[in-house]
Design a protein around this ligand. Sequence first.
Ligand code: SAH
Length: 293
Amino acid sequence: MPVLSSVKGVQDIMQRYDLHARKGLGQNFLIDQNILTRIADSAEINKDEYVVEIGPGLGALSRELAARGRGLLCIDIDERLKTVLEETLAGYENSRILFRDILKTDIESALIDAFHWKEIVSYKVCANIPYNITTPIIFKLLESCSHLQSATLMMQKEVAERILAHPGSKDYGRLTIATAYYAKVEHVINVSRNCFYPRPEVDSTVLRFIPLQKKMLSPEEEIIFKRILNIFFQQRRKTILNSLTNLFQIDKSTVEEKLQTIDLAPNLRPENLALQDYIILVRAFSQIPHKFC
Ligand code: SAH
């Protein structure tokens, strides 16, 4: 079984398979056994549960996940990894490997096919994802994976800080509010750049997303929510009064009256509003005639 928890082990295996880490694919392989164990443990995978791993790479984390769950589906874009992944996962009969672009893959259909299910059952995701596509991966999981139970994801530390930011701080923004809308987010662990080979230029953080069972807004209100977030954070320094006036193309006085009914001061800036304020704002303003839907 290949040793994947040391620089030497990873270098050897890459040489043996004539592999070169591709920067463009975010290929930085985790080599710290202690961290690998902690990530897999924090995903809380029971013996009867299924896991999806996005970007298994050489399979260091995959092995941990396959050992814990009932079934593991690995999805990686890079077909050059096929032989090494098959070797790493040899003996784990419960694992399946698919070579696809995760952003172009219907994860739930892929699970049904891989395990010959009749219909989708709930599953978890655990992954050290490619950092260049962190945000699209998070939104794909939260917006279109209806049976996802939790996603334990490693990402660039700065992105995690934006997701966990508090109102009023410089990191607080669209990403914080949109992720909070879909999920409860927990900080799991910070991971130094020294735990990877090749060593990346950034540090990392693992977060755990637990999708909320009930949506706070209707599909139509969600469209307005997204429009509001876009315009607000494109013009972060503008007051909510000015941005709302622009967006809805109505009189300032009408916007002011509406804001008064929901107890929000017109001179607030987008970063001062918590998720709950946005929800109330969207519900109130979706009653105004608009052409967004
Ligand atoms: N999980 C491994 C490797 C992480 S590196 C470890 O921790 O060691 C990120 C992985 O994501 C690489 O294997 C890369 O090939 C894969 N990847 C990059 N873009 C992808 C995409 N669009 N879809 C699926 N996998 C992708």
